[in-house]
Design a protein around this ligand. Structure first.
Ligand code: MBD
Ligand code: FE
Length: 314
């Protein structure tokens, strides 16, 4: 059917207008505009690539399965959508004169709102993950001129030694490896936790199923997520990747940035461990964060999206 071209016909154009509700005055104008464009482009793809019935229904039932698995927000970063939104936000910031500071990178689908809050220090792990190395995660939050920012909220979340996140992995305790730490008078935060392992998409899930068709893997390097905020400064969503992971520069979610790759330090000196109340060697991860000041209050907070437990906590 390669020579079948019907997109330009009045019949198809009218069909698209009715599909998008253009012939009624109810509903939502923005949704109508978007839906009209999406369906136009879907029809155009069917025409241009001569999509077969078999291919079309495979895609429809794929979406069913994707939703049933709860993987739509996992497939999105795998298809570069989150990265593309970052590229757009970076460009918008540049146009608004908001450049410099620690770079943003994607949030991912595994944040949970309302984790325990403390000042200066938190222990993030519940002590049950005995496979993992103790991690001391520490850094300073400053402004563009290097002045410390006190009372900034550093909201941290990461996976365990299996690459799994609490809340989504029901075998972990509540808020395990999730904490909010307010910076001290020197702008510093410190967390005692465990070194996370990289994440891998569920091997039998819908995301990996599609990635297999693309000859791609579904792995992320070992990484740690951050939201950093303080009124008066641009909210920052970012992550660090630990250097030396086989996927550090081969992330299926495209979140790696050179400036966000951290060389962790193994500390063997018993005196140093002792001073921190730790029993043996540990690994220190240092991540300093530079925020940009801005008076635009809409930039002081993270963008809105559906997040686990958001709006349920004080
Ligand atoms: C993750 O841990 C993650 O950060 C992203 C972006 C996607 C899947 C799992
Ligand atoms: Fe993650």
């Amino acid at each position: 059917m390669m020579n079948v071209k019907t997109m330009h016909t009045p019949e198809v154009q009218e069909l698209l207008e009715k599909v998008a509700g253009f012939n009624n005055s109810d509903g939502n104008e923005r949704v109508k505009t978007i839906l009209h464009r999406v369906m136009h482009d879907v029809f155009q793809i069917i025409e241009d690539l001569d999509i077969t019935q078999d291919e079309l229904w495979t895609a429809v039932y794929y979406i069913n399965q994707l939703g049933a698995n709860g993987e739509a927000a996992l497939l999105a970063p795998g298809l570069g959508i989150d990265k593309y939104l970052d590229i757009r936000s970076d460009e918008a910031d540049k146009q608004a004169g908001l450049y410099g500071g620690t770079p943003r990178t994607i949030e991912g689908p595994l944040y949970v709102a309302g984790s325990p809050k403390s000042e200066g220090f938190a222990r993030m792990d519940d002590g049950t993950d005995t496979e993992s190395e103790v991690m001391l995660l520490t850094g300073q939050v400053t402004d563009q001129d290097g002045n410390p920012i006190r009372n900034a909220v550093v909201d941290i979340w990461h996976a365990n030694s299996m690459g799994a996140y609490s809340y989504f992995d029901k075998s972990q305790s509540e808020y395990n490896l999730r904490r909010r730490i307010e910076t001290d008078e020197n702008g510093r935060y410190t967390a005692r936790s465990i070194i996370p392992a990289g994440y891998g998409c569920p091997p039998e899930g819908s995301t990996q199923h599609l990635l297999n068709q693309l000859g791609r893997h579904g792995n992320r390097p070992a990484h740690i997520h951050f939201f950093i905020s303080k009124p008066g400064y641009k909210h920052l969503t970012t992550q660090i990747n630990l250097a030396g992971d086989e996927y550090t520069y081969d992330d299926f979610a495209f979140a790696t940035l050179e400036e966000l790759v951290i060389e962790a330090q193994r500390i063997e000196d018993p005196a140093k461990a002792d001073a921190l109340g730790l029993e043996g060697p540990f690994t220190q991860v240092e991540f300093d964060i530079q925020l940009l000041s801005t008076e635009k209050s809409e930039l002081h907070v993270r963008h809105s999206r559906l997040r686990a437990l958001e709006g349920e906590q004080a």
